[in-house]
Structure formats: structure tokens, C-alpha cells
Write a protein that binds this ligand. Structure first.
Ligand SMILES: Nc1ncnc2c1ncn2[C@@H]1O[C@H](COP(=O)(O)OP(=O)(O)OP(=O)(O)O)[C@@H](O)[C@H]1O
Length: 284
């Protein structure tokens, strides 16, 4: 089950004010999950999952419904803990530093590791420009008017939306098409300079043309931000990802990674029969 919610940005709220060089491009960071387990109450949904997600690469998480892909994704920026009764064990290292270290500020974690959800969730009545800048306000980041203008243009360009909206930046975000709204959400995520972007089935609500545009945007973005994407679409995983991890939860047991590796090899010559059957559409 993927959770579609505006909490994508609410957890960033903190009173602290920071000034950061908002226009410089960020540098992608490596993410490493180490023996990650997760529970919802007594329901154990992930069991000791370890995965390297290299800097500047696209990692696709694939597997049948309910095997824990979205839960795993949400442990990667500590959104899992927002659910009542949710528990976590293990470590997630961002360029070597554990994001679960109690000395680490939660806001810094969520600023470094952004998230884009299945259903586009721009603020519908807010202008396109203000949507892009919304994350800055929520993180207490100050910037001059001209810096903001540069930032809006840079994020919309990187989100692959600038040419379509540059003449109507004051129009409401809710007036855009679904695909444009999703790219606006990507641009909004980029404005706080994440080093990793988590994407939970970002194209599942979109038509094929919008999907292709988002995929092209992802491939471009991977130079500056590490991407981890959950997708049910095998062609999409093959098109956009450098490496894949295949998750599976056998009946009544928590999800594990059955196989992971370079995407081309996993599709052409999977090592595990279950991976072979899944990528060839035999189940799931
Ligand atoms: N908020 C929640 N509260 C309780 N259980 C949950 C919650 N979210 C997910 N689960 C359960 O955790 C398990 C893993 O769900 P998860 O959404 O991570 O799987 P998934 O592989 O992403 O599925 P899908 O591909 O259908 O989105 C499922 O059994 C699901 O019912």
C-alpha cells in the first residue's frame, strides 16, 4: 500500500531559520540500508534488508504488492516513524552517517532526503512559483527576491516544467495537468537541495506521455541527486534505473530482498527463479 499524503512536507516544519546557498546544485549522496527491519504494531513487514544505493544512480525497488517496498522507502528518510505504532530496527547511512542517530536533526534528514509521492500533491490554490518555494518557508530558509527568482527557474528547469509554465508562474498549481503537477512537486522537492530523492510510484497516476517526460526528468536529475524509485512498471524500471532490488514477502512472512544488482543483468539473466518469474510477468 502506498501512502499518499501531504505529510510529505509537514514534517519539515521547525522554528529554526537557516540561510543556505539555494541556487548551487546539490551533490548526490550514497545511501546504505543496513539490516533494516520494520513493523506496524505486531505486523513484521521487513526483515533485515540491506541495500547499497550509490550516489548519482537510480535504484528501482520492484516486487509484488504488499512486499514492503513503500515501507522500505519510507524508512530511508524516517517517514515510517510517522505512523502510530510503527517500529524500526537497523541503520540507514547517508554518505556514512546514520540518519537514525539521535544526535542528528530530523529536519536535516528530511531536507537531505526528499520524497515525491504517487499522487501529485501541490498546494492547489498556491501559485506555481510559491509551490516551488513552499519547502523553503517550511524549513525556515531565507533568500532574497532575486535568489528566489533564480531558484524557481532553476528548479522548474530541472523538474522539466519551465518551458510550459514560465509565462504563468502566478497561476495556481492546481490548474496544471496531472503530469505537470507531479513535475511541480519534483521542482518543489529540489528547492531545498536534497541529496537523495525518494519516489513512490511517481507515474502511476499519469498517462504514458507524462510518464515519459517524468522518466526523462529522472534520468537528467540523477546526475545531481541520487534517486530511489518504487515502481510496478517493469519497463519503467528497465528504462530509468541503473540497479534494481527485487522484494518479496512469502505468505505470512516479512519482506526481504531476493536479488539485487545491475538492472540490465537482472532483467536479462536473473540469478533467482522467483526474480525471473516476476520480471517476466509470471506473477505479481
Ligand atoms: N500505515 C500502515 N499501517 C499498517 N500496516 C501497513 C501500513 N502501511 C503498509 N502496511 C502493511 O505493510 C505491508 C507492506 O506494505 P507496503 O505498502 O510497504 O508494500 P508495497 O510493496 O509497497 O505494496 P504496493 O506495491 O501495493 O504499494 C503490507 O502488509 C501493508 O498492508
Amino acid at each position: 500500500m502506498s501512502v499518499t499524503t501531504d505529510t510529505s512536507i509537514i514534517p519539515l516544519v521547525e522554528s529554526e531559520t537557516t540561510v543556505i546557498p539555494v541556487v548551487d546544485g546539490p551533490t548526490p549522496a550514497g545511501l546504505h540500508a543496513e539490516s533494516v527491519s520494520a513493523w506496524f504494531g505486531r505486523h513484521h513487514v521487513l526483515d533485515r534488508v540491506s541495500l547499497d544505493m550509490p550516489a548519482g544512480r537510480v535504484t528501482a525497488l520492484i516486487g509484488p504488492s504488499g512486499c514492503g517496498k513503500s515501507t522500505f522507502l519510507r524508512t530511508l528518510n524516517r517517514m515510517h516513524e510517522l505512523v502510530d505504532g510503527a517500529q524500526f530496527a537497523g541503520a540507514v547511512r547517508l554518505d556514512g552517517d546514520d540518519i537514525y542517530d539521535p544526535r542528528r536533526k530530523l529536519m536535516d534528514v528530511r531536507r537531505s532526503i526528499g520524497m515525491v509521492f504517487q499522487k501529485p500533491n501541490p498546494f492547489p490554490a498556491m501559485s506555481i512559483r510559491d509551490n516551488v518555494l513552499a519547502g523553503l518557508r517550511l524549513t525556515g530558509t531565507r533568500a532574497s527576491r532575486s535568489t528566489k527568482d533564480e531558484l524557481v527557474e532553476s528548479c522548474l528547469r530541472r523538474g522539466g516544467l519551465w518551458n510550459e509554465v514560465k509565462d504563468r508562474l502566478d497561476a495556481p498549481g492546481g490548474g496544471l495537468s496531472g503530469g505537470q503537477q507531479q513535475r511541480l512537486c519534483i521542482a518543489r522537492s529540489l528547492a531545498i537541495r536534497p541529496r537523495v530523492l525518494l519516489m513512490d510510484e511517481p507515474c502511476s497516476a499519469l498517462d504514458p506521455t507524462s510518464t515519459r517526460v517524468i522518466e526523462e526528468t529522472m534520468i537528467e536529475l540523477a546526475r545531481e541527486v541520487t534517486i530511489v524509485i518504487v515502481t510496478h512498471n517493469m519497463q519503467q524500471a528497465a528504462r530509468v534505473s541503473d540497479q534494481c532490488a527485487f522484494f518479496l514477502a512469502a505468505q505470512g512472512t516479512p519482506g526481504v530482498i531476493v536479488e539485487h544488482g545491475d538492472t540490465a543483468s537482472m532483467f536479462a539473466s536473473p540469478q533467482d527463479q522467483r526474480t525471473h518469474d516476476y520480471v517476466n510477468g509470471r506473477f505479481g
